[in-house]
Design a binder for this molecule. Structure first.
Ligand code: NDP
Length: 454
């Protein structure tokens, strides 16, 4: 790996990089198949990813014809790494076993360990025999939509493909490692003005928010629309706020601390609700929702939105908020959801839903075209990376714990091969044009207040 890093750092040519030997093993973060029951009887909150995520050498897999070997410079923590590391809602080895049944190449994925991570920035080292558009030496970011392009169901919207998967969650050999095998159709050009860690944190969350709000498969936000955004300084929420501001809409951001509210104000989101300060209790007990709390919340939203209900709700907490989200969206408006952090058995009052002709729209990651469009907006400097802190790969468990416990704002980057932060900027003039303060606007507002549980 040292030679690979030296070559990358010294700006070696594509031919020189192609000539480098691929190491027989590499450092990777993984969970173990024989430990999937280690947290049995432990409450979800107390399951600690530092116990389940291991960072050790693993053998390098063979390269399939449609894949590239990628030197991973940096990666990021996504909530799916939290799910994998606490084995909820179920261990991810079942996904790997199912994938392994599909083909000879897919069989590589069923292993006693699952290498996690669904984001990466890095350098292409070698390409498989069927790879046309990428060459050794290319500097790339990786999106996580893992599809079989020989399947006809993958050719309208690949998120509707019968065997669509999320790389590093439903497949092995993820990005939290020094090396990865990645399908060629997951690659996108690395924005040249960003560091490795800034480039690594965007693809999963940025593309998800793009599809939910901007792309034609999502809520199709229009200029002037008001959008209520839960977790507005979180991974997907922070990109959502930027899309609404860019698209001529009004974001109403919900967060859970004064520091997070201050960050939203700083980035131009004027309407903010601190849900903890307002002490909303949408559930009066684990089985009963309190409509009066939905009404109190709806009133607050209207106060912040010129007396109107919102056009769109950007929903992901799930069970704790879905009733309020469906209530608060306007007549004919859309609740778009991609997740259920607080519980997936959601409940809302169908009378408010059908009588007011509201819409509920499911969304999941993004197809290649959507991920490409979202990456282009980062490249143009119109959307900024949400990076707020960076961890070394050895501390991946601590980083995952911070996300699990809602102690992190924005995105946490993870340095893999990159020996330190701040490396990888290929076009400093472009960075200057876009503005250092804009590129680092989430980072530079380091704020101590951690929100925590609930
Ligand atoms: P983060 O942890 O970065 O942010 C989530 C935010 O949601 C938190 O900052 C918190 O903000 C808020 N939140 C958490 N719990 C609650 C609650 N009970 N009620 C209200 N707000 C809550 O996570 P991400 O943004 O990266 O991901 C959010 C969810 O979306 C996860 O479940 C993830 O798995 C999923 N996801 C799904 C994708 C898909 O393709 N389907 C893609 C990406 C993510 P605060 O406390 O400040 O209010």
């Amino acid at each position: 790996m040292e030679k690979i890093l030296d070559a990358i750092q010294s700006g070696a040519s594509g031919d020189d990089i192609a000539a480098l030997a691929i190491p027989e093993s590499y450092r990777a973060a993984f969970v173990r198949r024989d430990e999937t029951e280690m947290f049995e009887g432990v409450e979800s909150w107390d399951k600690d990813p530092r116990q389940s995520l291991h960072v050790e050498e693993v053998p390098t897999p063979a390269l399939a014809p449609d894949e590239v070997y990628l030197a991973v410079m940096a990666s990021s923590i996504n909530f799916n790494t939290v799910w994998t590391s606490i084995f909820e809602p179920l261990p991810t080895f079942g996904f790997l076993d199912r994938l392994a049944r599909e083909s000879e190449w897919a069989a590589r994925h069923a292993l006693p360990y699952h290498i996690v991570g669904s984001d990466a920035s890095g350098v292409v080292l070698q390409v498989g025999s069927e790879v046309r558009n990428w060459r050794p030496g290319d500097r790339v970011t990786v999106h996580c939509n893992y599809v079989d392009d020989q399947d006809p169901s993958a050719h309208d919207d690949s998120m509707l493909a019968a065997n669509q998967r999320i790389w590093g969650f439903e497949s092995n050999f993820g990005g939290l490692a020094d090396l990865s095998v990645v399908k060629a159709n997951q690659l996108m050009p690395k924005p040249a003005h960003l560091t490795w860690e800034e480039a690594a944190v965007n693809a999963l969350c940025n593309s998800t928010s793009y599809r939910m709000l901007v792309g034609h498969n999502g809520a199709r936000m229009k200029q002037g629309d008001s959008v209520l955004i839960w977790g507005a300084t979180g991974g997907i929420g922070g990109y959502a706020v930027q899309y609404v501001l860019n698209g001529g809409g009004t974001p109403i951001g919900v967060v859970s601390s004064p520091e997070r509210a201050a960050l939203l104000h700083k980035i131009g989101c004027e309407a903010v609700i601190d849900r903890r300060a307002e002490a909303y209790e949408f559930w009066s007990d684990p089985y009963t929702q309190d409509e009066s709390e939905w009404r109190r919340f709806g009133k607050k939203v209207r106060e912040l939105n010129d007396g109107e209900d919102v056009d769109i709700v950007f929903e992901h907490p799930g069970r704790s908020t879905m009733g309020a989200s469906v209530f608060a969206v306007k007549r004919g408006g859309t609740v778009v959801t991609c997740a259920a952090t607080s519980g997936y058995m959601v409940e809302f009052d169908n009378r408010h839903f059908w009588m007011k002709l509201k819409k509920l729209l499911a969304s999941h990651f993004a197809n290649y075209a959507e991920a490409w469009a979202a990456n282009r907006l980062i490249d143009q400097g119109r959307i900024q990376p949400l990076l707020t802190a960076t961890y070394p790969l050895e501390q991946v468990g601590a980083a995952a714990l911070a996300v699990h416990h809602n102690e992190a704002e924005g995105k946490l980057g993870v340095l893999c091969l990159a020996p330190e932060e701040g490396l990888g900027i290929d076009d400093p003039a472009k960075r200057e044009r876009i503005g250092e303060d804009r590129v680092t606007m989430f980072r530079s507002s380091a704020f101590p207040g951690h929100a925590g549980r609930g």
